[in-house]
Design a protein around this ligand. Structure first.
Ligand code: AG3
Length: 282
């Protein structure tokens, strides 16, 4: 009997394939095609427009790094903004920081939140019911261009720059980020797998630099974002934020009591070291 399979074709002439145990949900939402399935070897998996967004088995790497690197670098973030992130994994990690009094999440697609709460409950793990969380259904670019408040940390947990996610990699979006970021604040964003998507580091560097004095990248290897290291964009007008001493990070991490499976202060201190092919591309 032929086993059901899901094949992701993000890169030219190269695919990754998951064995499917059963499909839990599949539908076209108002914005994109959404599928959540039980896989043979990565737990539950969610894909948007055919691109793998998250799996239960390796999501901790991505969500811990996107939340904890900026939050521990900042050290006293109270107001956090998440753009995208409808599966809830990033919100879960952000709310582990007790100094975060308030996290607004702006997700374009209500269906992604609803279906992930139902079929991917370990991702949000109750975070959407947390009184410190405030969910807004809107396009992220519209929100940052119009909102009347500022944040200590802004995290963009988007899809790739194809479809609804494309505007979240443009100059007008980064201009909006600048207007919503408090002085000394930190912006971090999903920026693709740089070995496979080298243009993305180059264009992000060019487009973000006019708005934030220190723009750089940090990395982590996430197995189901195939092709090497996942690259996260970093932007801040506080140049010291990227170079917080290891002892300070260790003290903040210990003090927080947060338990992690990938992030730790040494990983944090090392994650801004970029392979030469990335350095050469930016
Ligand atoms: N969003 C980032 C998916 C990136 C996939 N792209 C790729 N493999 N190049 C993840 C959403 C998780 N909350």
């Amino acid at each position: 009997e032929q086993q059901l399979q899901f094949q992701e074709k993000l890169h030219d002439g190269w695919a990754q394939t998951f064995g499917i145990k059963n499909v839990l949900f599949e539908s076209k939402t108002d914005h994109q095609h959404l599928i959540i399935f039980e896989s043979v070897s990565f737990g539950r998996v969610m894909a948007l427009d055919g691109i793998i967004q998250t799996t239960e088995r390796d999501e901790f790497i991505y969500h811990e790094m996107l939340a904890h690197v900026p939050l521990f670098a900042h050290g006293e973030a109270k107001d956090v903004l998440i753009i995208g992130g409808g599966d809830g994994g990033l919100l879960r990690e952000v709310l582990k920081h007790q100094n975060v009094a308030h996290c607004t999440q702006v997700e374009i697609d209500q269906a992604v939140i609803d279906m992930c709460v139902e079929y991917l409950p370990n991702h949000s793990a109750g975070a959407y019911d947390n009184p410190r969380a405030n969910i807004v259904i809107d396009d992220g670019i519209n929100y940052v261009q119009n909102c009347d408040r500022q944040f200590d940390v802004i995290l963009s947990d988007s899809t790739d720059p194809i479809g609804p996610g494309e505007v979240l990699f443009t100059s007008p979006f980064y201009e909006g980020i600048k207007r919503c970021l408090k002085p000394g604040g930190i912006f971090a964003a999903q920026n693709g797998v740089s070995f496979m998507q080298q243009d993305e580091v180059k264009t992000t560097k060019q487009r973000l630099s006019p708005y934030l004095a220190d723009t750089h990248f940090f990395t982590a290897a996430v197995p189901t974002y195939v092709g090497g290291i996942m690259t996260f964009a970093w932007g801040s007008d506080n140049t010291a934020a990227r170079n917080v001493p290891l002892e300070t990070l260790a003290a903040r991490y210990a003090e927080s009591g947060i338990k992690t499976r990938f992030y730790n202060p040494a990983v944090h201190a090392g994650c801004f070291a970029l392979p030469q092919y990335v350095v050469d591309a930016i």
